[in-house]
Design a protein around this ligand. Structure first.
Ligand code: DAH
Length: 338
């Protein structure tokens, strides 16, 4: 009986210390198995007096039951712990912020365009668009560009058929707006334009222009100058100066090109402005009376000014990008920098 107590104590101790399900099974085999300790002691029953045997048998069975219960409890406890650890590992914190998907980045052209639009919309302009595929008439004829003008040269213009082409400038939008017959007009018209140019650091067969036009009574060249001066200051900084150089465009008279003082060196001359101190930004002028007339607007009653700028040129300058091709690759590592 003493031996039996020892076996029980030893079994319970080992169960307590087992710590893992497979170890627990070893304990079961060692004590309750065919060659286990309890089985062995059962065999010693024959050495007892016959009247003592039933009591002894009962005691062995009680110990067996106790060990079995302890095993069962230990097993349940271990399984519970395993389950608990598993749940803990799988826990989801629903209050954590969601992972952000990469959705690309705004293009420097687009950032610059939005800035230009914001400035002119603030001055009461309406943003409008026109078709990329144009009649020769809108792209050239109506803008005083006769058939023998160099801009119409086959190598500059992509023709689709005889008199249908990809617009080479956003100026035809002026004609479309004037033909609508709603005066006065204050429009800003951004868009894609096409020219048969080879790709290099400053050229692309497809680029963008922003056209502007005002038609109203008593519009003068000083309105043009004041407007574009304000634009330059807002776009490139309060200290920006502007300079108008006489130029020629067929659809404006007089015409000019506008330079802004270099916003890098302030006009002293640097690598950025190629030592000039000035950077050419846009073409402009007073809408030619013949252009107004062609759109059924009386030049004795109405006058207007117009301007056109290259969007790529603006964004290259503003963001100090030195190769236009970077604008067309859409490499996210490049775009992310603006
Ligand atoms: N369309 C001209 C070009 O592509 C730019 C331009 C110059 C537009 C003068 C204008 C303007 O509206 O008044 O070179």
């Amino acid at each position: 009986m003493e031996k039996l107590e020892q076996i029980k104590a030893e079994a319970l101790k080992q169960i307590k210390e087992s710590g893992a399900l497979d170890k627990l099974n070893d304990v079961r085999v060692n004590f309750l198995g065919k060659k286990g300790e309890l089985t062995t002691i059962m065999k010693s029953m024959k050495d007892l007096a016959p009247e003592e045997r039933p009591k002894f048998g009962q005691m062995v069975n009680t110990v067996r039951e106790e060990i079995e219960n302890a095993l069962e409890n230990a097993k349940k406890e271990m399984e519970r712990e395993v389950q608990e650890a598993k749940l803990k590992a799988e826990v989801i914190d629903v209050t954590l912020p969601a992972k952000k998907n990469s959705i690309g980045h705004r293009h420097p052209n687009y950032i610059a365009l939005e800035e230009v639009e914001r400035i002119f919309v603030g001055m009461g302009y309406e943003v409008v668009e026109g078709p990329e595929i144009e009649y020769d008439y809108y792209n050239f004829e109506a803008l005083n560009i006769p058939a023998d003008h160099p801009a119409k040269d086959e190598q500059d213009t992509f023709y689709i058929s005889g008199d249908i082409l990809l617009r080479t400038q956003t100026s035809p939008i002026q004609i479309h707006e004037m033909e609508k017959g709603h005066l006065p007009i204050r429009m800003l018209a951004p868009g894609r334009v096409f020219r048969a140019d080879e790709v290099d650091a400053t050229h692309s067969p497809c680029f963008h222009q922003i056209e502007g036009m005002v038609v109203d009574k008593n519009v003068t060249f000083s309105d043009l100058k004041g407007t574009l001066q304000e634009f330059a200051k807002e776009m490139f900084g309060e200290d920006t100066k502007v300079k108008f150089r006489p130029h020629h465009f067929p659809f404006t008279e007089p015409s000019a090109e506008m330079d802004v003082s270099c916003f890098k060196c302030g006009g002293k001359g640097c690598r950025f402005c190629k030592g000039e101190g000035w950077i050419e930004i846009l073409g402009c002028g007073m809408v030619h009376p013949d252009v107004l007339k062609r759109c059924n607007i009386d030049p004795n009653e109405y006058s207007g000014f117009a301007f056109g700028m290259g969007l790529e040129r603006i964004s290259l300058l503003k963001y100090e990008i030195d190769d236009m091709r970077l604008l067309y690759e859409n490499d996210i590592r490049f775009l992310k920098q603006f």
